[in-house]
Design a protein around this ligand. Structure first.
Ligand SMILES: [Zn+2]
Length: 255
């Protein structure tokens, strides 16, 4: 009897699409997403739900893999989530083996909605392809995560740093790289607001204006403010630590 993964394996091994063929299929998927999704009603959409990710997965499985990912998955659960906590990766695919086998594909809302705004200071490239808009970026991220999913299903392991991944993503989706250059909160802070470690900033906290130095930047900045109640640091001074949303900071001086 044929194993449920065999037909997906054969298809993945024999895929050899030209960039033009990939483009035609993706245009169909874009059109289908725009007409079928409740949230994604424009390429510059401003809301998204896990059901939209599921829809995109289903369309890719249909147009690129003849529904063979679904066949290979069988009863193994595949869930989708949107995460505000992914601030460097644009997406992730997790393979849980215990207590039961399941897969989870997550997409970062922080990067998706943090890019393609008027504040963008450069163009966005995902998987080696320039993205025209937010929907383009979302599709590139999902393509990348689907290659992870396929590798997990067929080989139990996946790495986008390795040659097998590069080969599949190139032959299936014409990806020439396997990284994204979406604008992260750290880059945005540095480029658009001038906020980086060592920069002197001021901010208002409970009606008081405080001055300090940026120590670290994630989605918020860690600001050290000198004060006698603070903790002793290696420079012999005492500092209090504040976690401040980037938009609340004013730059006073750069180092
Ligand atoms: Zn990856």
């Amino acid at each position: 009897m044929e194993h449920s993964c065999d037909s997906l394996l054969r298809q993945v091994q024999s895929l050899e699409l030209t960039a033009a063929e990939v483009g035609t299929r993706i245009e169909r998927i874009r059109a289908a997403v725009l007409s079928e999704s409740v949230n994604i009603n424009s390429p510059a959409f401003t809301s998204i739900s896990p059901a939209d990710l599921h829809l995109i997965y289903t369309l890719y499985d249909r147009y690129f893999f003849s529904d063979r990912i679904a066949v290979a998955l069988g009863n193994t659960p595949l869930n989708f989530e949107l995460s505000g906590r992914l601030t460097r990766s644009a997406g992730k695919t997790a393979y849980y083996r215990h207590p039961e086998k399941r897969f989870l594909i997550g997409v970062s809302t922080t990067l998706l909605f943090g890019c393609f705004t008027e504040a963008d200071h450069r163009s966005i490239v995902c998987s080696g392809i320039v993205c025209r808009d937010r929907l383009d970026a979302l599709l590139r991220v999902m393509e990348h995560e689907l290659v992870h999913l396929i590798e997990f299903v067929l080989w139990d392991k996946s790495s986008c740093a390795r040659s097998r991944f590069h080969s599949i993503s190139l032959r299936a989706f014409a990806h020439t790289e396997n990284v994204h250059s979406m604008i992260t909160p750290v880059e945005k802070a540095r480029q658009q607001l001038g906020i980086a470690p060592g920069v002197q900033v001021s901010f208002t906290m409970e009606g008081r204006v405080l001055n300090g130095v940026v120590n670290r930047v994630t989605k918020r900045a860690t600001v050290l403010v000198e004060g006698s109640e603070g903790r002793l640091y290696s420079d012999g001074k005492k500092y209090m630590k504040y976690y401040v949303p980037l938009a609340m900071l004013s730059v006073v001086a750069k180092p």
